[in-house]
Design a binder for this molecule. Structure first.
Ligand code: CTP
Ligand code: CA
Length: 218
């Protein structure tokens, strides 16, 4: 516990993380995806496990090793991620860090060929919003945390997402600079109590700070 300094503040707590992008197939050889290295989500999963939490990491396709002590479930599409999240419940807290593709594509069973008719037209449909679904679920985790990567009006957009999606906290990440794929993040934590502006710090430190905040809250 925190007084003995053992660091296992989250022993006995189940925490669900989503991380990485999702890949939405176009045909057997092509897909659309969001730009996400998965590093921030993996760092958070590792930091929570380090504090003794039982962590399930539902991960889109990334090139990262599984952090020690973390149970990893690999998925590709948003629909697979939604199913894996539902299967991983119940949880005391969930941190949705994944850059989920907002739309999926009407897929072709065969490779789409170049033809004289020119470029194909892709038919899109909207993917399920996993965070919003979890917020409405009868098995909603007591602490539900979303991420929002924004390029402008960062806090305003994050606060709007917190209300619209029914999350407790939104970790707003200012990606107007060179954050994507980089080492450091610029974070504003939006909660029901207000907004905290964190100084720009490495992703590992963001993960550690957020894990401690989660331990305080649970
Ligand atoms: N999210 C999710 N499922 C989706 C889309 C987003 O669970 N289909 C989660 C993300 O993991 C993140 C939060 O919702 O925790 C915010 O994602 P974001 O893409 O910023 O929100 P959107 O509502 O999709 O808004 P935008 O139009 O800015 O993309
Ligand atoms: Ca989105």
């Amino acid at each position: 516990d925190r007084l003995s300094g053992s660091g296992k503040r989250l022993a006995g707590k189940r925490i669900l993380i989503t991380a990485g992008p999702t890949h939405e197939p176009i045909d057997p050889v092509r897909y659309i995806a969001n730009r996400s290295s998965g590093r921030q989500g993996y760092a958070i999963a590792g930091a929570l496990a380090h504090l003794g939490a039982e962590v399930t990491l539902v991960s889109g396709p990334v090139a990262l090793p599984t952090p020690p002590g973390v149970t990893r479930v690999d998925v590709e599409t948003a629909q697979e991620m939604a199913n894996a999240v539902a299967t991983a419940l119940p949880a005391d807290a969930a941190v949705m860090v994944a850059a989920v593709a907002d739309w999926r594509v009407e897929t072709s069973d065969q490779k789409i060929k170049k033809t004289a008719e020119g470029a194909p037209r892709l038919e899109f449909s909207e993917n399920p919003d996993i965070l919003a679904m979890l917020a409405q679920s009868p098995r909603r985790p007591a602490l539900l945390i979303g991420f929002a990567a924004e390029t402008e009006r960062v806090v305003e957009h994050a606060a709007e997402k917190r209300t619209r999606k029914g999350a407790d906290w939104i970790v707003a990440n200012d990606v107007s600079g060179d954050v994507m794929g980089g080492e450091a993040n610029s974070i504003h934590l939006v909660t029901g109590d207000g907004i905290e502006h964190w100084e720009r710090m490495p992703k590992a430190q963001v993960a550690e700070k957020l894990a401690q905040r989660i331990a305080d809250a649970l």
